[in-house]
Design a protein around this ligand. Sequence first.
Ligand code: ZN
Length: 320
Amino acid sequence: MKIFNTLTRQKEEFVPIKEGEAKIYACGPTVYNFIHIGNARPICVFDTLRRYLEYRGYKVTFVQNFTDVDDKIIRKANEEGVDYTDITKKYIEEFWTDVKGLNFREADIHPKATENIEKIIEIVSGLIEKGYAYEADGDVYFTPSKFDGYGKLSHQPLEDLQAGARIMVGEVKREPMDFALWKAAKPGEPYWDSPWGKGRPGWHIECSAMVNRYLGETIDIHCGGQDLIFPHHENEIAQSECYTGKPFANYWMHNGFITVDKVKMAKSAGNFFTVRDVAEKFGYEPIRLLMISTQYRSPIDYSFDAIEQCKASLTRLYNC
Ligand SMILES: [Zn+2]
């Protein structure tokens, strides 16, 4: 079996770390809203990958996280005048309704960022000790320019990335590319005690911590949507490899974008559909068929016509 590896930009024979086993990590949703049609794609594609590997006899361990503390979640909680955990609880339940509709099989572990604060603090402390990260006013930042491999996943030289980066007014980081591992709590925000004061983790570090805790220092396959290659996955590699000194993931798989009527889907463009909206009109099964009937790295153009055709194909199949 060959896998297209984003890291090498080549199709490579799949050779697992341990014969007959496959350790897979997929980045999961930030739970502050219903999942949209673009989120349905990695859910269906990597569920299919997992099932196929199992069919081929592999013992698969599949981990997918929930990002359950984040700026967007806090903003929504403030807008609605509720606790941030009311938001995350609600949208984790709504996530399950949708993904079960899509026939996604529950992962072996669905860890939450807030359940992994101890591991996150351990890794951030280690990165400071090794000189890759520093504390500034209660925040902790990672410095990509100290990691030789930075840019290897997105195939961009560090100099090009640096050219586009800025330090915004009020930011205390040293270099424009530096990113937050830990953020000091602002008044009214959820926080945890840490060696750097009260605060919460940045987004990227949670995945490095969960991979390390649940799957180990090096895993077989790390996957997610193409939009995560930079900066999220690039930063995961930097943090993890600087911390452990070992390769983070041997194969990187990324699914292609979804456009809507040929235009990139975005809330601001008004062409944004939740899985729930579409399922209420057409059912969940045509959505899954649409997501897996195209090669997973190619773009999919979503339209009512496309989903109606999938529904009609399924009807023909069932009649037959
Ligand atoms: Zn991630």
